[in-house]
Design a binder for this molecule. Structure first.
Ligand code: UD1
Length: 366
């Protein structure tokens, strides 16, 4: 069997690689490398346990620190790992520093790179993720695009060889796990454990972690005021970066009291259950915009642009940036309208992206 070395490091990549590995391992020998970018139990090990991801063959233990330093350390360590294992392909996911380091290390060793979630663009070069995805796409031999838009955006950059539209692996994952989440997660017990008791039963689910929001005090305050003014109680599992910032800002925490419940990051199955039952999602995450859509919940996106433009169809997702009033008005309107229209989901394929990715790899000589 041919050998594929997969590089993952951050929470959303664990979800994506779980979906692909299930199929991949029927045809390839997979060497799973965890860079260590996310290292808290709630951000990493919990996902491996819940999603039955085989333990990583190698954990590089490189997390935290400035982006250049993190990426540089990963590059050296990944090069050594690739030289040791001599894979036929290197597979990377999405747009994280781990992805960039994996693609660059492989390209320099002349190992072909397969990029899952190729062709995504926000056209905002201030986002570290935009730099990572543009470079990775231009290094990849196999570009596995979630949507037709992604294929078209690559074409506009002159990238047409090795491009395949395969659908979105996160849809595979939601379809695979949603029923299990419903059957195994007791929402009442979970809320009791989190200390969250939304009066009237309706609630919003929020996340906030993008550097452009958390590291800009004006944007952070605008968003938090918007969340506090949401017509229903808000559950906010907080990314460690945002938590660290809020710990130093007592006046911002006070603003949220009694309206926004800050809790630790939750597991994937818990997330599917809690989002599925939410009246609304507010987020600056890329993945959660899609998960909301797949689970039939309207989304208000706390960013000025999105890579996932298909989610905007029919108003299922709206972009509001960091403006308090825009957030409040969009939330009220989304709550009034109820679940989004069916249909927007079809842009993301049929839930068999993993199968199509493996087929593309095999026909590319894998
Ligand atoms: C990364 C990805 C982003 C993705 C996100 C998912 C990049 C450039 N960005 O952003 O695309 O949406 O993951 O969550 O790679 N930290 C902890 N414990 C952890 C993880 C992080 O304390 O388990 C701290 C880090 O030390 C760091 C901060 O949180 O100070 C940010 O983590 P980092 O890995 O740099 O990027 P993310 O913001 O998580």
């Amino acid at each position: 069997m041919k050998k594929i070395l997969t590089v993952v490091g951050a929470r959303p990549q664990f979800v994506k690689c779980a979906a692909v590995s299930r199929v991949l391992r029927q045809h390839f020998t997979e060497i799973l490398v965890h860079t260590g970018q996310h290292y808290d139990d709630a951000m990493s090990a919990l996902f491996f346990r819940q999603l039955d991801i085989p333990e990583a063959d190698v954990n590089l233990g490189i997390g935290g620190g400035p982006h250049g330093d993190m990426t540089g350390k990963m590059l050296g360590a990944l090069e050594r790992t690739m030289l040791e294992h001599r894979p036929d392909w290197v597979m990377v996911y999405g747009d994280t520093n781990s992805t960039l380091a994996g693609a660059l290390a492989a390209a320099k060793l002349d190992i072909p790179v397969a990029h899952v979630e190729a062709g995504l663009r926000s056209f905002n070069r201030k986002m570290p993720e935009e730099i990572n995805r543009v470079v990775t796409d231009h290094l990849a031999a196999l570009l596995l695009c979630p949507t037709r838009t992604a294929v078209e955006l690559l074409r506009q950059e002159g990238v047409t060889r090795g491009v395949h539209e395969v659908g979105d692996v996160m849809l595979d994952s939601v379809l695979h796990h949603a029923a299990r989440a419903r059957a195994t997660i007791d929402r009442g017990a979970l809320f009791a454990q989190l200390g969250f008791a939304p009066a009237g039963g309706r609630y919003a689910f929020a996340t906030l972690h993008r550097a452009e929001n958390t590291d800009d005090p004006a944007r952070l305050e605008g968003i938090l005021r918007g969340l506090a003014a949401c017509p229903v109680p808000v559950l906010l599992p907080l990314h460690p970066r945002t938590r660290k910032i809020l710990e130093a800002r007592a006046e911002l925490r006070a603003l949220l009291e009694g309206r926004v419940w800050i809790v630790e990051p939750i597991g994937y199955l818990e997330l599917l259950r809690v989002v599925g039952d939410a009246a609304l999602v507010l987020t600056d995450s890329g993945g959660l915009q899609k998960e909301a859509l797949f689970l039939g919940v309207r989304c208000v996106t706390l960013r000025d642009e999105t890579e996932w433009t298909e989610t905007l169809a029919g108003g299922a997702n709206v972009l509001v940036g960091a403006d308090t009033l825009a957030i409040t008005e969009a939330s009220a309107r989304a709550l009034e309208l109820g679940p989004p229209p069916e249909g927007a989901r079809s842009a993301f394929g049929d839930g068999d992206a993993a199968g199509k990715i493996v087929t593309a790899l095999r026909s590319a000589g894998g």
